[in-house]
Design a protein around this ligand. Structure first.
Ligand code: JB3
Length: 214
């Protein structure tokens, strides 16, 4: 089994660890976290140090890394870490919980997390480093750009398009064929029935633009 290093050892890392351990494709070599002490354990796995350990792990022959810091609306850290790992030329696999249903007719980029009981249906396409969290649904022909976060239980109906870095809050629903722009946050529990532009915060039922996302 191939070794993998997880970057981040907080709440989201626990969901990632659960998926990796259940999936049986990788052995977790260790966790890298900016604030936890080396030797501390999360779900029984050891923190090996901070981001300066990434190069040490590469030197020791680790090829695969996964960004296990999450985000709630602000993906900047995930973006920075992803660019840094890309520059180092390491493998950035998708981590998919074995209970997720991912269509063979969907196309996923790199470094995506697909949580327990998530569904990605035929014809859907994702970019890189998205979080498709627990029990979320990406229906047929949806298109997600890079760094999108679909929080737990969010549902995209068929043919929805989501711009880069956009966060769809937990339990939200987006109606068929709508488009949500980049850098937008849709608040939890929203019901999106019309297109939402980029760079804004919107929420409610029906979902309405509330203010700019600065
Ligand atoms: O709601 C759900 C199901 N999940 C949320 C997830 C999507 O986002 C979760 O509840 C959290 O709200 C959030 O998870 P995350 O990002 O794991 O948050 P937190 O528990 O605060 O852990 C962040 C970890 O990243 C902490 O242990 C920090 O020390 C660490 N960290 C911060 N900056 C960093 C850096 N680690 C590394 N390696 N490098 C950094 O620059």
């Amino acid at each position: 089994m191939e070794d993998i290093v997880l970057i981040g050892a907080g709440g989201h890392a626990k969901s990632v660890i659960e998926a990796v351990v259940s999936g049986n494709n990788f052995r977790i070599y260790g966790l890298i976290d900016a604030n936890l002490k080396p030797g501390e354990k999360v779900c029984g796995l050891e923190v090996i140090g901070d981001d300066s350990c990434i190069d040490k792990a590469i030197t020791r022959g680790i090829k695969s890394f996964f960004i296990a810091v999450g985000s709630i609306g602000k993906p900047d850290l995930r973006v920075r870490l992803f660019e840094m790992l890309k520059q180092r030329g390491v493998e950035l696999p998708n981590i998919i919980h074995p209970s997720a249903v991912v269509s063979r007719f969907s196309v996923l980029g790199k470094g995506n997390f697909v949580g327990a009981k998530a569904v990605i249906n035929a014809g859907a396409v994702t970019g890189n480093n998205c979080i498709i969290n627990t029990s979320s649904v990406i229906e047929h022909d949806c298109e997600l750009s890079d760094f999108v976060h679909l929080a737990c239980g969010a549902v995209l109906s068929g043919g929805v398009r989501i711009g880069a870095r956009t966060h769809i809050g937990a339990g939200s629903c987006v109606s068929n064929s709508l488009e949500i722009g980049s850098n937008t946050i849709i608040g939890s529990g929203s019901v999106v029935t019309e297109n939402i532009p980029g760079g804004c915060i919107a929420f409610g039922n029906p979902c309405k633009l509330v203010r700019k996302n600065e």
